[in-house]
Ligand binder design. Structure first.
Ligand code: DAK
Length: 261
């Protein structure tokens, strides 16, 4: 692949957008390769993904402005669909995805981070939706996901003013869960991913589904979604083992890895 690196260490896969010269901006090739990479993740082995950008300066500085500048309406729509399809694939990916945001996360960069389950960032991270300054609206779900994450008022302020915010403000408004010194970010992401990967995989997947699907419907419907996914965990090897381990009074026994079945 030209612009995507993928590495699997144990049960954790790391996807790196590797287009450092353009601050990892998303062009069509990056989006296509990201799509192919997600399709190739070995879900029998990998239980959590990390998404990051190459280099020390930028996570993703947005959609590629050079490529977009000459698009016709039809091409713009096709480009938007390509991005939205990949972002939605990330958002609904069966296992959790942690965005490790190591610098600029602007426009499509902020939007791709918001398609991940969890966002953590380095102290030099900068977030923003600068699109209205370029004559467009956020096009990869920014108007929708930002409002759901930080509330409509704050999302409107960020989007209408196109003002960038730094890591501490992103943390304060709930756009990221934690801020780390740059050199500690990947270790923190790997530690969190490793912690997730240790838990019962079917249960973790069902939690992701329950939260994602439940958040957009009313509470009565949401509870039904939860009930179904809760029920689904029963009779799995993981549920039988997890509960049997708790009930076993032999304190010497060491917990074995969950089997994902
Ligand atoms: N696209 C293309 N190239 C980019 C880029 C981008 N978004 N951001 C940076 N680069 C390139 C620069 O052109 C430069 O390339 P060379 O000149 O070296 O060839 C290189 O990366 C280094 O950038 P700078 O020289 O500008 O570096 P600085 O440190 O001075 O500035 C910066 C860093 C991040 C503040 C600055 O590069 C910047 O403002 N970049 C643009 C940020 C931005 O506006 N991003 C939002 C893009 S709009 C849609 C769906 C989605 C979208 C649109 C439509 N549809 C539904 C159709 C999404 C839109 C966006 O994301």
């Amino acid at each position: 692949m030209e612009f995507i690196l993928y590495e699997q260490k144990g049960a954790v896969g790391t996807i790196t957008i590797n287009r450092e010269k353009a601050l990892n901006a998303l062009n069509s090739t990056v989006l296509d390769e990201l799509n192919q990479t997600l399709d190739a993740v070995n879900l029998d082995e990998v239980r959590c993904l990390i998404l990051t950008g190459a280099g020390q300066k930028s996570f993703v500085a947005g959609a590629d402005i050079g490529e977009m500048s000459s698009l016709t309406k039809a091409e713009g729509e096709a480009f938007g669909k390509k991005g939205n399809d990949v972002f939605r694939k990330l958002e609904t990916f069966p296992i959790p995805v942690i965005a490790a945001i190591n610098g600029f996360a602007l426009g499509g960069g902020c939007e791709i981070a918001m398609s991940c389950d969890i966002r953590i960032c380095s102290e030099n991270a900068v977030f923003g939706q600068p699109e209205v300054g370029l004559g467009i609206t956020p096009g990869f779900g920014g108007t929708q996901r930002l409002a759901r994450l930080v509330g409509a008022g704050m999302a409107k302020q960020m989007i209408y003013t196109a003002r960038n915010i730094k890591a501490d403000e992103a943390y304060r408004i709930g756009l990221v869960n934690a801020v780390y010194p740059q050199e500690e970010l990947m270790a923190a992401a790997e530690k969190m991913a490793g912690g997730i990967a240790k838990n019962a995989p079917i249960a973790v997947r069902n939690c992701k589904k329950a939260i994602n699907e439940g958040i957009d419907v009313d509470m009565d419907a949401a509870i039904v979604i939860e009930e179904k996914l809760f029920g689904d965990c029963f009779e799995t090897e993981d549920q039988k083992y997890g509960m049997a381990f708790f009930l076993d009074k032999n304190k010497e026994k060491v917990k074995e890895p969950f089997k994902n079945c």
